[in-house]
Write a protein that binds this ligand. Structure first.
Ligand code: UDP
Length: 244
């Protein structure tokens, strides 16, 4: 398999074409951004860590019957994936109030939600990824009503499996972001990554609200020990999956 043309460079990944039009190669970068790229930096080793964590989570989800784009991880910071036409939506699932939910609703940080909340944001940097209503999403034809129902259902199933997995790692899954796309066979697949960049993860062995943070909030909020937190998540994931 030879990597060829660069198709796209995003904030955290570069996507390359391969000899097979149905297969892409994604390269995970150490670059970190926050607040719509107003804050930039590097998290040393992040590319490898996020690629390996994502690979294990995608494989776990595939075993649970959640279709996703993961093929394999030929080198620690590179993932081969099925080519998708990405739906321009950020599907956020929340179990505990944090981040923009607190800022926009006044809910206190750490409030346990009675049931998981699924939200759709418009994946559009120029507009600042705004929160969408169902009607706006349909107005913009970002998904069909049927796709919307499938996305909602898949997001809740993924939340169930991920929450369970992280619980076994001694970690609380506070919230996370998913992206989906359509493959060459017109099937809806989970894409992108699932990592401390895209999830809020709290260490169950810590009660201090800053100490417990094991995700990108350490970078966003200048909490320090960013690399160590990502490494901690990787080690716990590997100790549960028992490989690499
Ligand atoms: N998230 C993400 N990419 C984004 C926006 C959010 O991965 O562009 C993740 C974020 O890490 C968190 C969840 O989605 O786990 C909810 O984020 P929120 O809406 O609270 O926004 P934030 O506070 O991160 O701006």
């Amino acid at each position: 398999m030879s990597a060829k043309k660069q198709l796209y460079e995003g904030k955290a990944k570069i996507v390359y074409a391969t000899d097979d039009p149905e297969i892409l190669l994604t390269y995970f970068k150490d670059d970190a951004t926050a607040f719509n790229a107003q804050k930039r930096g590097q998290i040393v080793g992040k590319g490898e860590i996020n690629c390996i964590i994502s690979s294990h989570l995608f494989q776990m989800l595939a075993h649970q019957g959640i279709p996703n784009h993961f093929i394999d991880c030929p080198v620690p910071n590179q993932m081969r994936v099925w080519a998708l036409r990405i739906i321009p939506l950020e599907v956020v699932v929340r179990n505990i109030a944090a981040g923009s939910l607190c800022q926009q609703t006044g809910l206190a940080l750490g409030t346990v939600l009675k049931q998981p909340l699924v939200e759709f944001y418009y994946k559009n940097d120029a507009l600042g990824d705004p929160l969408l209503t169902r009607d706006r999403l349909l107005l913009l034809e970002l998904a069909t009503p049927e796709q919307l129902e499938d996305l909602q259902k898949l997001a809740l199933q993924i939340n169930h499996h991920l929450s369970d997995f992280f619980r076994q790692c001694g970690i609380t899954l506070v919230d996370f972001k998913l992206e989906f796309g359509i493959n060459h066979q017109q099937q809806l697949l989970l894409g992108d990554e699932i990592s401390p960049d895209t999830c809020r993860l709290w260490d169950n062995t810590e009660t201090d609200p800053n100490q417990r943070v094991l995700d990108k909030d350490r970078f966003r909020r200048d909490l320090g020990q960013v690399e160590q937190a990502y490494q901690q998540v990787l080690e716990r994931v590997l100790s549960l999956t028992g490989s690499r």
